[in-house]
Design a protein around this ligand. Structure first.
Ligand code: FE2
Length: 288
């Protein structure tokens, strides 16, 4: 039976970025993001830590090779694939190193490849138990796309795949500037910002609590990594945040206290230009 992404409990499991220097990028994620790295047989690099996994392979900087969303179980995966077929999204079988056999891909209106599958993490990629305990909490949590047509992205992910819409940011002329979508109860694990380009705006790790953002900040300081934005609090999702940037220019967010959505109407927010945050002054940025 057909299932929506929301019914299938889709969550962001891993990201695969291209890079002119994937080894250097992997080494950055090893130190900055508390992961272990491995050079895989196909030439790509895997950075894995507790509940965070990224792949890097040769290509242009900041190019998303694919985003991998895992779903609850085999029935959910089959149901979501069925829905993709019914919606004429032409799902294709794919081999993904971090998913079990049976994963499928779809391509969104901007050409982004999205994989859905069942999670598998080979034992060899786990951190040792002692390392897991010392690693700072931060499961990979959301991907935010950049697009010239946010409405088309919403129609694809929410209208066709069945992600839930939590919030929209709308311009005074009624144009959707940002859409926040969810595959489970997290306010968003997929979002899209209006920009005059396509690709990725940023990806985010959910630290859970403010104290853990402090720990990440101390960790970044110890590696001479500057915070590029924050700390602050977003409007939609109400989450606390800091941002850093990797050597390729990919923006990385550490978030905490992201809203949990059970059942409520979609909220509409007015569009505001991005502003520097003023910690303690409420809403700092309409989009996040
Ligand atoms: Fe974000």
């Amino acid at each position: 039976m057909s299932q929506t992404a929301l019914q299938a409990s889709a969550y962001l499991h891993h990201l695969h970025f291209q890079s002119p220097n994937p080894k250097r990028l992997a080494e950055f994620y090893e130190s900055a993001m508390n992961t272990r790295i491995q050079h895989l047989d196909d030439g790509s690099w895997l950075a894995s830590g507790p509940e965070r996994r990224l792949l890097f392979s040769e290509g242009p900087a900041k190019r998303l090779a694919h985003a991998g969303f895992a779903v609850r179980d085999a029935e959910a995966l089959a149901g979501l694939c069925q829905r993709a077929k019914e919606m004429e999204l032409s799902p294709r079988d794919v081999d993904a190193p971090l998913f079990q056999k049976g994963a499928f891909s779809v391509i969104d209106p901007d050409g982004n490849a999205i994989y859905f599958g069942l999670a598998v993490t080979p034992a060899s990629t786990f951190l040792a138990a002692s390392e897991r305990l010392s690693a700072i909490r931060g499961p990979l949590q959301h991907l935010t796309l950049a697009s010239r047509d946010v409405q088309a992205i919403e129609e694809f992910y929410a209208g066709k795949l069945g992600f839930g819409v939590s919030d929209r940011v709308v311009s005074p002329e009624g144009k959707v500037m940002t859409c926040f979508m969810r595959g489970n109860h997290e306010h968003h694990n997929l979002a899209c910002f209006f920009q005059d380009r396509t690709g990725v705006d940023h990806h985010s790790y959910e630290a859970g609590e403010w104290d853990t953002i402090r720990d990440w900040s101390d960790h970044f300081a110890s590696h001479d990594i500057q915070l590029m934005w924050g700390p602050g609090r977003h409007g939609p999702g109400n989450n606390l945040f800091i941002f850093i940037v990797d050597p390729d220019g990919n923006w990385i967010e550490i978030s905490a206290e992201l809203e949990v959505v059970h059942d409520r109407p979609v909220k509409t927010w007015p569009h505001e230009e991005r502003t520097l945050n003023l910690w303690g002054h409420g809403i700092l940025r309409a989009q996040a």
